[in-house]
Every structure is written in structure tokens, then in C-alpha cells.
Design a protein around this ligand. Structure first.
Ligand code: 5GP
Ligand code: ZN
Length: 115
């Protein structure tokens, strides 16, 4: 846990969020500024700064994030229409929270390429 990290604080419950899924390793909650009708952040509880900080020890964790994303998309009813999973890495990639997270976006047509 990083003491000054927003997503660590959401993971421990110190800062509230609308939680859609949680287990020992992961938490998924509504984005505070949704960019689609469904916009959920899937976050490892472990403080990992960016995609570049992943190690082979995290391989299973990342696989589980994709499984949880698919399960949420199914449970919330937009899986068959289609959805997007996004990880922003570093400044030019659009990252503003320095704790690894994956955006799950669905519920509308998503244009390509992204901005
Ligand atoms: P990034 O740009 O780092 O990939 O995404 C960070 C995301 O965190 C943004 O979509 C932003 O809306 C979301 N966010 C920022 N602060 C909060 C917060 O306090 N609570 C929640 N639930 N989401 C937040
Ligand atoms: Zn953190």
C-alpha cells in the first residue's frame, strides 16, 4: 500500500467508491467521471505504478483482470454488443493515477482510433 495513492485508499475503503466486484487481489469500481454508460476501473490491490512495472509474478493477476472484465460486461449486459478494455501508460498515454488500472467501457458505440 502506498500511503498517498488514491486507488490504494479506495482498495482499503479509506476513500469510498461504488464497488462492482472485489476479491483478495482485485477491486472494480465505477469511474467517478464516466466516459460511457458503463465505465468501471479494474484495479489490483497491490500497488503497481504502471504497466512498465509488471513482472512475471503478476502474470496471473493480469489474466484475472481480463476475466473479471468479461464477467462484469456479461453481468451488466453489454458483453454481446461489445466493449473496450483500456490501460493508459505514462503521460502521453493519458495516465493520471499512478496505480495500475484497466478501464472497462461499454454501453455505446466506441469510435476507433481513440483520441
Ligand atoms: P487514467 O487517466 O489514469 O488512466 O485514469 C484515471 C481514472 O480515474 C479517470 O478515468 C478518473 O475519472 C478516475 N478517477 C479519478 N479520481 C477518482 C476517484 O476519486 N474515484 C473514482 N471512482 N475514480 C476516479
Ligand atoms: Zn496504489
Amino acid at each position: 500500500m502506498a500511503t498517498d495513492c488514491l486507488f490504494c485508499k479506495i482498495s482499503t475503503g479509506e476513500i469510498p467508491a461504488t464497488i462492482r466486484y472485489e476479491d483478495e487481489d482485485l477491486i472494480a469500481f465505477e469511474d467517478i467521471s464516466p466516459q460511457a454508460p458503463h465505465h468501471i476501473l479494474i484495479v489490483p490491490r497491490k500497488h503497481i505504478r504502471t504497466t512498465l512495472d509488471l513482472t512475471t509474478a503478476d502474470n496471473q493477476l493480469i489474466g484475472r483482470i481480463y476475466q473479471v472484465a468479461g464477467k462484469l460486461a456479461n453481468d451488466l449486459g453489454f458483453a454481446q454488443d461489445g466493449f473496450r478494455i483500456v490501460n493508459n501508460c505514462n503521460e502521453a498515454g493519458g495516465q493520471v493515477v499512478w496505480h495500475l488500472h484497466f478501464h472497462l467501457l461499454g454501453g455505446r458505440d466506441l469510435s476507433w482510433p481513440p483520441g
